[in-house]
Ligand binder design. Structure first.
Ligand code: CTP
Length: 408
């Protein structure tokens, strides 16, 4: 199962370090080549000799220890297919999250461009600490795979969440990542996210409730599946892929046009304002004696329609936010916009859509097919959307794009 795979295990100074001896054996049993690096503190819990014997490789602890033509941390990072850091202490989490490289392990992880699994283990109060949670969130955002700790009886005598998750979980996740095909490798995917902001004057604007979560989830999933991602967003996002921050529909249009020719797929998940203010005031508008005022609006360009008209090989995907007659309106909209797929969601529901972490959508294709994706976390929905766009046609119904049969 793991023949030819190079797994780099990082161990930090927590009591669960002793469990990693068994994890090394599990990987070796399936023929992986395992190398181990430890922080100096990890040596309080396991011995170098044990790890060396189990991994059948030299164990790295100190930087600048093994003479090589390449700096050691770069050799380790280049050689491995995946890095598994377990257990990870709060201290090392903080260092990685802030780009500190003060020992071999933290230097290697900062130079590591392939998947990194992080399995934290610590006291429950430490795990619940807001600062540590913020660091974990930051790691997640940058694409680190966090295998959350479990709850139970802890080595310090407390009861709560903080115990290293089961070795089987770490093992399974590692195998899954190593064997997963990067389905979107060599594809450039451009995604828009958030609601556009149309200025009225220097202090006021017209916008909408879009949180950008669906677009960001699509970008995260595309990036994790190997795509070159460009996220054009009205909300602040810091990720490992390219993010272009925009405000108005006109800025979004320009950013999309800049990326369009070289894109393989464009997904318009943003809620673009249909109208903008005709004359944006240079100074703050003052209150007048009138009870009513009128602000003239003019139509914004329809970005989705425009790119659908000029597309060559690109796959163009739109979203369709409706508060009533979802499918009926979506069917009309896909024809009007001319895109390849339209993802329809009902924004009247509180448990999905705008601002929620969940969504439930129906995907329509230009060939008239439909597939409903049941309510799920936006990342799960994003995964399924890519499966439809780049995925498997179904065998059971004459190679149709979407299979509606429950039996397959
Ligand atoms: N869209 C766009 N440019 C606009 C308006 C919308 O590119 N000026 C895109 C959105 O990003 C989305 C799709 O068009 O992918 C549908 O957006 P939606 O708001 O549902 O539809 P509208 O075209 O705005 O039509 P209506 O407001 O009448 O429903």
């Amino acid at each position: 199962m793991l023949s030819g795979k190079n797994i780099l295990i990082g161990i930090t100074g927590g009591i669960a370090a002793y469990k990693i001896c068994e994890l090394i054996r599990m990987f070796k049993r399936y023929n992986a080549n395992v190398r181990v690096i430890c922080t100096p503190n990890a040596m309080n819990f396991v011995t170098k000799l044990t790890l060396q014997n189990l991994s059948q490789n030299e164990v790295g602890i100190e930087e600048f220890e093994i003479p090589d033509y390449k700096p050691e941390h770069i050799s380790y990072a280049d050689e491995a297919d995946i890095m598994v850091i377990a257990p990870v202490t709060a201290n090392t989490i903080g260092k990685i999250a802030n780009g500190l490289c003060d020992n071999l392990l933290t230097s290697v992880v900062s130079a590591f461009k392939k998947p990194v699994i992080i399995a934290p283990a610590m006291n429950c109060n430490m795990w619940e600490n807001g600062i540590i949670q913020e660091n974990i969130e930051k790691l997640r955002k940058f694409g680190y795979e966090i295998v959350d700790p479990e709850s139970g009886f802890l080595a310090c005598g407390s009861e709560g969440t903080g115990r290293l998750c089961s070795l089987e979980k770490i093992f399974d996740r590692t195998v899954e990542i190593l064997n997963s095909k990067k389905k979107l490798l060599n594809k450039k995917i451009v995604i828009t996210a958030g609601g556009t902001i149309e200025n009225i004057d220097p202090v006021r604007y017209i916008s909408n409730y879009s949180s950008g979560k669906m677009g960001i989830a699509l970008a995260d999933i595309a990036s994790s599946q190997g795509a070159e991602v460009v996220l054009i967003s009205t909300v602040d996002v810091s990720r490992g892929y390219k993010v272009v921050k925009v405000k108005s529909a006109l800025e979004m249009q320009e950013a999309v046009e800049n990326e369009f020719d070289t894109a393989d797929c464009v997904i318009m998940a943003a809620a673009v304002a249909d109208y903008r203010v005709k004359n944006i005031a240079c100074q703050k508008m003052k209150k007048t004696s009138e009870n009513e005022i009128t602000i003239d609006l003019i139509k914004n360009p329809d970005i989705l329609k425009e790119i659908s008209e000029k597309k060559t090989s690109q796959i163009v995907v739109g979203f369709c936010a409706e508060s009533e007659n979802l499918i009926e309106n979506a069917k009309e909209k896909i024809v009007k916009k001319g895109c390849d797929y339209l993802i329809a969601n009902d924004i009247s529901r509180k448990d999905i859509g705008f601002s929620s972490d969940f969504n439930e959508v129906t995907i329509l294709s230009k060939n008239g097919e439909m597939k409903k994706l049941e309510r799920a976390d936006k990342r799960q929905i994003a995964k399924q959307i890519f499966e439809v766009i780049y995925g498997q046609k179904c065998d059971c119904t004459d190679n149709r794009e979407f299979c509606t049969s429950k039996s397959c």
